[in-house]
Design a protein around this ligand. Structure first.
Ligand SMILES: NC(=O)c1ccc[n+]([C@@H]2O[C@H](COP(=O)([O-])OP(=O)(O)OC[C@H]3O[C@@H](n4cnc5c(N)ncnc54)[C@H](OP(=O)(O)O)[C@@H]3O)[C@@H](O)[C@H]2O)c1
Length: 249
């Protein structure tokens, strides 16, 4: 039986992806900063482990407790938004610490075993915002673009060892806790110099007619990335992300 370890399973895409793999007969190691056993259906194929991707000791303990796995899904992350000039360096560092360095550290922790076994898949969940130049999310977008670049280089290095690297790029999803979790990191929107650009960006976000991404879209994209060896390196998840991917080609 195959085993997947997923980061950030307390809500949103990670939670839905854990459900998706459980429903298809996989062993699932659902990791959370604060482990909870009541968010996923009870199963003897489910293990919930504590993991904070910004903490090296937490990563070491989690990977040791997990044992042999076949796939790692780096999903944990959070958003931030503000004019670049007004983004505090503490925010820039926090965003990179989780979204970028956390993803890289988890990948480095599991890849040696994958390389030795000559099998394994790492799926890094970044974002469709990496496909378009957008204002007010410079730090967040940069943190995800850095993961794209790191993943692409690693994909070349690991291909000869039978280890696959994949990127899943979700579009905007109001279904998850992403908006709520980003709110404390949304700063400087009231600065008069940026009033025009903020107004346009907020109107675009609120446009009820534009397509969005559902958590199920992301779960399906991750499933494809893990189970289909012929899947492409970058997989868009959600109607909006697919449209942006097509435009970027
Ligand atoms: N929703 C969107 O519009 C959207 C679009 C594109 C990409 N994404 C990306 O998709 C991924 C999942 O986001 P989501 O929309 O599902 O948001 P979410 O509901 O807020 O889920 C994010 C998860 O990441 C976890 N997390 C945050 N910091 C962590 C850390 N240091 N260590 C371990 N886990 C941590 C959170 O755990 P806690 O409960 O402990 O905070 C939560 O489980 C993120 O990487 C996000 O950047 C989201």
């Amino acid at each position: 039986m195959n085993t997947v370890l997923i980061t950030g399973c307390s809500s949103g895409f990670g939670l839905e992806t854990a459900r998706h793999f459980l429903a298809r007969g996989w062993q699932v190691i659902a990791t959370m900063r604060t482990p909870r056993n009541d968010v996923l259906p009870p199963s003897d194929r489910l293990r919930v482990l504590a993991l904070d991707v910004t903490d090296a000791e937490s990563i070491r303990r989690c990977v040791a407790a997990a044992g042999a796995i076949d796939a790692l899904v780096n999903n944990a992350g959070f958003g931030a938004a503000s004019p670049a000039e007004l983004t505090p360096m503490t925010t820039v560092r926090e965003v990179f610490e989780t979204n970028t360095f956390g993803t890289i550290a988890m990948t480095q922790a599991v890849v040696p075993r994958f390389r030795q076994r000559r099998a394994g898949v790492v799926v890094n969940v970044t974002s469709s915002v990496t496909l378009k130049v957008l204002p007010l999310i410079g730090a967040y977008r940069a943190s995800k673009m850095a993961v794209n670049a790191f993943t692409e280089s690693m994909a070349l290095e690991l291909e000869p060892f039978g280890v696959r690297m994949r990127l899943v790029l979700p579009g905007r999803s109001p279904e998850t806790r992403f908006g709520d979790n980003a709110r404390p990191h949304m700063l400087g929107f009231d600065h008069e110099a940026y009033a025009g650009i903020v107004k346009t960006a907020v109107a675009r976000m609120m446009d009820a007619a534009s397509p969005v991404t559902h958590a199920q879209d992301v779960a399906e994209a991750v499933w494809r990335a893990v189970t289909d060896p012929s899947s492409p390196l970058r997989i868009a998840a959600g109607a909006d992300a697919e449209a942006w991917m097509a435009e970027s080609r």
